[in-house]
Ligand binder design. Sequence first.
Ligand code: IPM
Ligand code: MG
Length: 367
Amino acid sequence: MTTPSLLILPGDGIGPEVMAEVRRVIDWYGDKRGLKFDVSEDLVGGAAYDVHGTPLHDDTMAKAQEVDAVLLGAVGGPKYDVLDFSVKPERGLLRLRKEMDLFANLRPAQCFDALADFSSLKKDVVAGLDIMIVRELTSGIYFGEPRGIFTEGNERVGINTQRYTESEIDRVARNAFELAMKRGRKLCSMEKANVMESGILWREVVTKVGEDYPEVELSHMYADAGAMQLCRWPKQFDVIVTDNLFGDLLSDAAAMLTGSLGMLPSASLGAPMENGRPKAMYEPVHGSAPDIAGQGKANPIACILSFAMALRYSFDQGAEADRLEAAINAVLEKGVRTADLLGEEGVTPVSTAGMGDAILAALDESL
Ligand code: IPM
Ligand code: MG
């Protein structure tokens, strides 16, 4: 079998720092578990703009299409706020998602026991929380036409269009049902069928796909009520499937339930490639955090957990993903904390690399 290939795109802000720790974890798997990866690195976002004048060079796009998985750090920063919309760092990320056709975005919200106190919600509401949001990622209002700022009479009008085809809804729904089958067999679909035609179609198609998964308990919720229920009693959910924009909002809310955005990974998956692996990109849910960039303060856990998702979803190494997640859990149980996770008295934060050291030590102990 050929060595699986990984393209690493550290990006901007804290991206390079957290990705450096991921690379140490990747090396650990090569040395200690015989899991070798063919790793290459390239630029994305503002870092790519600085060198090439575009947030994603065509050569990088082509490489991303060829590798078995892409790992992305984060994009964006205040330095790039003044750029034209078409070359903003975020456009690089959106181009990767669109051209690789990564239509299913998996965003787990999992509360580590050691961190249950960090949530803004009561401990018993979040302790043990383990839900998965499946966000449609390549269509809907993010990409629908017409879009733009136009002139109508003597004023301007800003337009974006929510648009979903049956097949786009069908494929992301199937993905969510498959996941639900491997988890708690419960799926809640969220839209606004009460006010949006695209929501009516969404509900119809998801219901139809559900006929192929009789073991999965399917429910529907209006997305606003879903947001409320996520804050009220998140443990009622197992898998949630929703559109691009609602998924963007609901996943940020769900992330915060767990206490720290610095903890959450994500996987963006497309159709299977010739070798059977899905096209895939893995990235932390957090952004580039320019306020702390370059200071060694960032929490690398979300990015390392994104690699764990790669092990599970791209490389069929579920047991090794479990090992990595258990190592992170052990480190947190020991009280090792980066600055974003402080709260307890008398705990001194470790640096980004310090957290990496602790995770590598826990991995060694797992052998
Ligand atoms: C996310 C982000 C992106 C999005 C931005 C950076 C384009 O908020 O991944 O959730 O809106 O999808
Ligand atoms: Mg977002």
